[in-house]
Write a protein that binds this ligand. Structure first.
Ligand code: IMP
Length: 196
């Protein structure tokens, strides 16, 4: 039986990742399934280092293959901020969005370009090896919030291809084009290739 820990306690993220990997694993754990909380300090300025650290620490602790993710929003006019600090740009989603919009006050549309980046690390404790997958999606930061789906920065991230903000798309559509969706797709292709 092949097991995997999805290193998140966010149930939405857990389901999104589990759905893509449904054929490759028999048993899925989230961090909510373990009484012990493993503390991982995401203290690197690089997503890739944080995500490898997280997957390795949790994978070694529980002795189960582990997938961890780290993502961030990089806004051109802000020199790439909030970037790796996206989760710490305020205490709540509303605060983070308010800060972003206020920093972009007076910035015209064509200078509001942004990219969502996602990194996934898949760690195999038995072999002490990590594989990293990447996905990105470019868009624009809106002038005000749009839509009520999703989470995080979804209401202010506009996707030109759909003429909608992430928060105006169904979860299915968003997951099929998002930064994390793209990284997950690469991971799933890797799993299929290795199986053969
Ligand atoms: P983390 O990778 O889950 O730590 O996410 C970093 C930050 O980016 C958090 O503030 C998330 O809310 C935000 N974020 C990550 N992915 C998305 C997304 O798909 N939509 C909106 N916000 C996101």
């Amino acid at each position: 039986m092949r097991q995997i820990v999805i290193a998140t306690s966010n149930t939405g993220k857990f389901k999104e990742i589990r759905d893509v990997l449904a054929d490759a694993f028999d048993r899925f754990y989230s961090l909510n399934d373990f009484d012990e909380k493993v503390l991982v300090e995401e203290d690197s300025p690089l997503y890739v280092e944080n995500v490898i650290k997280k997957a390795r620490k949790i994978g070694d602790r529980f002795g189960i293959e582990t997938i961890a993710d780290d993502s961030g929003l990089e806004v051109e006019a802000l020199g790439g901020r909030p970037g790796v600090l996206s989760a710490r740009y305020g205490d709540t989603d509303d605060e983070r969005i308010a800060r972003l919009l206020s920093e972009l006050e007076g910035v015209e549309w064509k200078k509001r370009g942004a990219v969502f980046k996602a990194y996934l690390a898949f760690y195999i404790p038995e072999r002490e090896v990590s594989y990293v997958f990447y996905g990105a999606l470019s868009g624009y930061i809106t002038f005000e919030k749009r839509g009520d789906q999703g989470f995080g920065y979804d209401p202010v991230f506009y996707v030109p291809e759909y003429d909608k903000a992430f928060a105006e798309l169904t979860m299915e559509v968003k997951n099929s084009i998002s930064h994390r969706g793209r990284a997950l797709h690469a991971f799933s292709k890797f799993l299929n290739a290795v199986k053969k």
